[in-house]
Design a protein around this ligand. Structure first.
Ligand SMILES: [Zn+2]
Ligand SMILES: [Zn+2]
Length: 298
């Protein structure tokens, strides 16, 4: 009896539908992406009303403009994402899967946040600034995935988007590393500066540090110095939205080093100097610093 020749080959890549079903079983709400790696357009019932620019169906109940849409199709992009295998494998979704080039998921729906780093500069920034977590390589950059959902905001910095609630991210594999809890420094990226809190200059709360002498209890002095240098650089390189950039830079420094007591007046002076070189008044620096501390509960 002859045995058929055993041909060794790599296991075939899963089809988008198979991948989607596996991810859904693991708790990730999924949706198909068509050519161009974008969601499928809405069906005729859900299509945009050209007069209002809004979906004619009113939108799905989980959208910002909550509506009654029960459309069985993969309409409304992230809002259609589901973990329900009977929806994912339904006949209406089947035609989308046949044309799909890849799978996306709704990070916020799984309680996750994706920090989408578009290029090398953004990745470098993340490596110097963000706590280690699960990392998925992308075409030109990386997805850093944290446990915890937040508001999604595009372009929080050059080449960096936050994708969590009301957004989708491409599924590019499980990546490597252990998913860490969403840190304050990422939450702070999405925070717009609150209305200025006017305060007397002497009310800037300074932590009780021993100037310059203490070693940061959880980070090295080099780490602190690098954080300050990066904040300075970020302020110096800002071409627009100086106000907001200064505030975000302050937030980033304070969210990492605001509690450890090792920020000195010299560090703060460096940040204020960088901001003033970009035309910010001393008063605004003080206010922004106070607001950032208030936002972080310091
Ligand atoms: Zn529809
Ligand atoms: Zn609809």
């Amino acid at each position: 009896m002859t045995q058929p020749a055993v041909i060794r080959r790599d296991p075939p890549a899963l089809s988008p539908l198979r991948t989607a079903l596996e991810l859904a079983a693991a708790g990730l709400p999924v949706l198909p992406l068509r050519r161009g790696k974008v969601p499928f357009g809405n069906c005729r019932t859900c299509a945009k009303d050209p007069r209002t620019g809004r979906a004619a169906c009113g939108g799905r109940p989980n959208m910002k403009d909550a509506g009654p849409c029960q459309c069985p199709g993969p309409c409304h992009a992230w809002a259609a994402a589901t973990t329900d295998p009977s929806v994912i494998a339904s006949p209406v979704w089947a035609s989308a899967w046949r044309e799909a080039v890849t799978v996306a998921y709704h990070p916020g729906g799984a309680g996750l946040t994706v920090v989408d780093l578009d290029d090398t500069a953004a990745v470098t920034w993340a490596r110097q600034t963000l706590p280690a977590t699960r990392i998925v390589p992308t075409t030109r950059g990386e997805h850093w995935i944290y446990q915890g959902a937040m508001r999604s905001v595009n372009a929080v910095r050059d080449g960096i988007d936050i994708k969590s609630t009301m957004a989708y991210a491409r599924w590019l594999g499980p990546g490597t590393g252990t998913t860490a809890a969403l840190p304050d420094v990422v939450r702070a990226l999405a925070v717009k500066e609150p209305p200025t809190v006017r305060s007397a200059p002497q009310s800037i709360a300074m932590p009780a540090w021993a100037a310059g002498e203490r070693v940061c209890p959880h980070r090295t002095p080099t780490y602190l110095d690098r954080g300050i240098a990066m904040a300075e650089q970020r302020i110096t390189e800002a071409r627009s939205a100086i106000h907001a950039t200064v505030y975000r830079a302050f937030l980033a420094v304070l969210s990492t080093h605001g509690r450890c007591g090792c920020l000195t007046e010299a560090h703060i002076a460096r940040l204020f100097t960088a901001a003033q070189a970009k035309g910010e008044s001393a008063r605004h620096c003080t206010d922004a610093w106070t607001n950032a501390r208030t936002t972080l509960g310091l």
